[in-house]
Design a protein around this ligand. Structure first.
Ligand SMILES: *[C@@H]1O[C@H](CO)[C@@H](O)[C@H](O)[C@H]1NC(C)=O
Ligand SMILES: *[C@@H]1O[C@H](CO)[C@@H](O)[C@H](O)[C@H]1NC(C)=O
Ligand SMILES: *[C@@H]1O[C@H](CO)[C@@H](O)[C@H](O)[C@H]1NC(C)=O
Ligand SMILES: *[C@@H]1O[C@H](CO)[C@@H](O)[C@H](O)[C@H]1NC(C)=O
Ligand SMILES: *[C@@H]1O[C@H](CO)[C@@H](O)[C@H](O)[C@H]1NC(C)=O
Ligand SMILES: *[C@@H]1O[C@H](CO)[C@@H](O)[C@H](O)[C@H]1NC(C)=O
Ligand SMILES: *[C@@H]1O[C@H](CO)[C@@H](O)[C@H](O)[C@H]1NC(C)=O
Ligand SMILES: *[C@@H]1O[C@H](CO)[C@@H](O)[C@H](O)[C@H]1NC(C)=O
Ligand SMILES: *[C@@H]1O[C@H](CO)[C@@H](O)[C@H](O)[C@H]1NC(C)=O
Ligand SMILES: *[C@@H]1O[C@H](CO)[C@@H](O)[C@H](O)[C@H]1NC(C)=O
Ligand SMILES: *[C@@H]1O[C@H](CO)[C@@H](O)[C@H](O)[C@H]1NC(C)=O
Ligand SMILES: *[C@@H]1O[C@H](CO)[C@@H](O)[C@H](O)[C@H]1NC(C)=O
Length: 316
């Protein structure tokens, strides 16, 4: 083979490989053009289910790049769609079931609509998702987000999701910073779910039907709320370590009992402590007074004793 022949053979191979690469990219959805197609599918999906009131998506126009469409976020060089923000858009019907075709999607906000039905299995295949906000909808069914290991912010508050949370926690814990699943219909235990969530700072589990005992590691969070559940058991002294990081602790309206530990004074940054509506008894730990930043303290509707008398007294 001469040098010239080898050269043109190489050129042909390069052209061939480029074609293959192009086809592969198109097939796997790795381009702005396929992102656009998926979003146009989303638009007609939403239009079909919302014949009367349309949101901003109705203006999405094929003649423009999707990066210029209202509610769409792209990466900085405008080569891929990375986010969808359609909160406050009066959207009804089920959640779109092909978000995973947007392979660079990292931000999804459909909060404050009236989306119903279950979370489709497809959503759990959006493995680059970092921010998911579906709060203030009427979503049902059980939760399994185990395919989302990169989540940092999760807000599912104010929906009707039921069942336990073991299929999602701890599997999505690695990078999670905020988890708000308050005001749903969750049940089951919480004590083994969050130990591996080493970056977690804000955990709101309030207004569900969680049962069993408290999660022992909660004092490294900034905010921990489990109010309005059916948790039981005692809160023991080792739960408040010298590294306690809590700013907000809300245990109100559960079935906790026994004395409340004086070690709460380890939580030097505490701003709000709410123990209202449990069966705590014994003396109120005087050490609470040493937490200088404490702004709000709710101790009422328990069985605490005042000083060394035996008379329960009114506290709010
Ligand atoms: C999802 O979108 C891709 C790209 O547009 C398309 O090829 C695929 O058929 C869609 N899948 C479903 C289930 O709609
Ligand atoms: C899309 O934009 C083009 C160019 O500005 C315009 O001519 C067309 O009417 C628009 N289409 C829709 C459906 O708004
Ligand atoms: C665009 O930016 C992304 C990161 O956001 C990068 O991965 C990609 O290579 C860039 N593409 C081009 C064509 O510059
Ligand atoms: C999402 O949209 C809402 C309402 O339009 C807006 O308040 C919010 O700032 C948006 N979020 C982002 C990240 O653009
Ligand atoms: C939800 O959106 C509506 C407007 O569509 C607004 O009036 C309402 O205040 C919002 N609710 C919340 C909790 O943000
Ligand atoms: C949302 O829907 C309500 C009726 O359900 C309507 O009154 C309101 O104008 C709609 N808002 C928008 C922004 O479309
Ligand atoms: C989720 O959306 C709601 C309503 O739009 C908003 O109030 C809330 O702050 C958002 N949650 C997070 C964690 O950003
Ligand atoms: C949760 O979904 C994953 C796939 O995303 C699946 O492998 C797993 O079995 C599911 N778990 C349960 C409890 O359904
Ligand atoms: C969780 O969501 C509810 C309702 O959307 C909100 O009131 C609450 O402040 C949120 N919790 C945290 C820790 O952000
Ligand atoms: C808790 O469970 C009870 C009994 O199953 C039910 O009546 C109640 O509505 C549930 N509460 C919440 C907040 O889901
Ligand atoms: C919560 O789930 C229970 C059954 O597990 C059901 O009886 C109850 O109506 C549900 N409550 C809400 C508010 O969805
Ligand atoms: C005290 O708290 C419990 C919940 O733990 C609640 O059921 C009860 O109604 C509360 N009592 C008063 C007087 O509010």
């Amino acid at each position: 083979m001469s040098v010239g022949e080898t050269g043109s053979w190489h050129a042909a191979l390069i052209v061939f490989l480029t074609l293959i690469a192009g086809i592969v990219i198109t097939v796997t959805g790795d381009s702005l053009e396929t992102d656009k197609q998926v979003l146009l599918n989303l638009k007609s999906f939403l239009k079909d289910r919302n014949p009367v009131y349309h949101g901003q998506y109705i203006k999405w126009n094929q003649s423009f790049s999707p990066c210029e469409w209202a509610g769409i976020l792209c990466n900085t060089n405008g080569t891929r769609v990375t986010g969808i923000n359609l909160s406050y858009e009066n959207i009804s019907g089920e959640l779109f079931n092909n978000f995973s075709a947007l392979t660079e999607l990292s931000y999804l906000d459909f909060s404050n609509n009236t989306i119903n039905g279950e979370i489709p299995g497809d959503l759990s295949r959006c493995k680059n998702l970092k921010h998911l906000n579906l709060s203030h909808n009427i979503i049902l069914g059980e939760l399994n987000l185990s395919g989302l290991p990169n989540l940092e912010v999760l807000d599912l508050s104010i929906n009707r999701i039921s069942g336990d949370i073991q299929s999602s926690f701890p599997s999505i814990c690695g990078k999670l910073i905020v988890a708000n699943i308050s005001a749903n219909n969750f049940t089951g235990r919480i004590d083994t779910c969050f130990q591996k969530c080493s970056n977690l700072q804000y955990l709101d589990l309030s207004a569900n039907n969680f049962s069993g005992e408290i999660w022992v590691g909660f004092d490294r969070l900034r905010e921990f709320s489990v109010s309005e559940n059916v948790l039981v058991g005692t809160v023991s002294p080792p739960m408040f370590t010298p590294n306690c990081n809590l700013q907000v602790l809300d245990l109100s309206e559960n079935g906790f009992f026994g004395p409340f530990p004086a070690e709460i004074s380890n939580c030097r940054n505490l701003l709000i402590l709410n123990l209202w509506g449990n069966n705590f008894n014994g003396l109120i730990p005087a050490d609470i007074g040493s937490i200088s930043g404490l702004r709000a303290l709710f101790l009422g509707n328990n069985s605490f004793y005042k000083g060394n008398t035996r008379d329960p007294f009114e506290l709010y």
